[in-house]
Design a protein around this ligand. Sequence first.
Ligand code: SAH
Ligand code: TMP
Ligand code: ZN
Length: 408
Amino acid sequence: MNTCLICQSKISPFLSFGKMPLANGFLNPSDFSSEYFFNLTVCFCNTCNMVQLGELVDRNKMFHENYAFYSSTSAFMSEHFKNASETIITDYLNNVTDPFVIEIGSNDGIFLKHFSGRKIRHLGIEPSKNVARVAKNNGINTLSEFFDEKLSKQIVKKYGKAHIIFSANVMCHIPYMHSVIDGIKQTLAPNGLFIFEDPYLGDIVEKTSYDQIYDEHAFYFSVSSISYLMGMHDLEVVNVQRQNVHGGSMRYYIAHKNAMTVSPSVINMVAYEKKKRLDELSTFEDFKSRVNESKKQLVRLLIKLKDRGEEVIGYGATSKSTTILNYCNISPKLLSYICDTTPIKINKYSPGMHIPIRSYKEFSKSTIKHVLLFAWNHKEEILLKEKNFLANGGKFITYVPTVSFLLK
Ligand code: SAH
Ligand code: TMP
Ligand code: ZN
């Protein structure tokens, strides 16, 4: 029996996907025979309400000099982070003398470029060297290290405390959470704010978006579990806001305990989560049944299309697609190839199922009518971009919230 990464209580596994490869482990044929696999299992902690993985993958296997996810590939996310930076500057930094902003997991600089552009003192922490290099080349002050308590001490010594610490889609990647939160506590100025956002457990359960579950996502946060965690470190959730990105995210505002007034949004979301029973194991057991059903339906549809002689391809070789393809056992026989815009993924093969990844140009040239939309979280952006494909009778297949053809 495993113990909780947050509170050390016994945790209950509720869903096992079996052996899984690294979600971003796109590979060449010469690497097929040595491909790494681990047991993907999700567990619930009845004490602190944290949903988490049962088996963890070594961080050096996931975040390195060939990290395949470049944040700026999405125009929609670029806009999202531009808005976030502007709100932060207006609401919190305009009256601060010599403000200092830190981002944890700054990737290619998608967020911090708005601070470097305004000559605001900033520091990005980004262990994946290839994406960190892109940011550095664009004039963003970046440290290519894993953030934790030890690093925070060096940062404070060199730069002083931060008025804002920001982090998007990174906290849920970090199993050594107590070290990170201790580090944040020590780095945050007395009236500073730690603002972070991650995919929201409430959305994952509601949309049965089980493809959010993969090696890099060690945690699936709720306001209730985050409140418990912050309380352990004398920090406080002072505001929360739902975000319409990555299939439904939550932005959390964290301050030193008693430093700021707590917004009613926090109490309201905790009440909402109680109503949705995000604090009960049975909710996750029901989720598991829906996941099984979703798998059956997707496989059934792909087999039906194949039997009719229809070729199906994928759109977006997302990290999420690794869970779908491997759990549903979708091989190149059912899905010929996946198109993607990320150069590092093109001409490689998908983790586990070894489906070829081709360039986006092939999608624009192809006459294939059925396309499985793995990048469903970028749906708005993609539907706008692919008007011609749809006008010519093309159809996007989705599996979120249920297996269906996407309506325009
Ligand atoms: N913030 C970006 C990137 C998210 S991807 C966005 O929202 O698009 C997750 C990133 O977290 C990766 O770039 C990875 O290298 C980084 N990461 C993982 N562990 C980290 C740690 N301990 N400290 C800082 N960054 C980390
Ligand atoms: P994400 O879901 O983890 O953000 O990854 C998105 C992936 O989808 C990334 O590999 C880039 C790819 N993609 C496209 O190929 N075309 C697009 O229009 C978008 C938005 C993403
Ligand atoms: Zn716990």
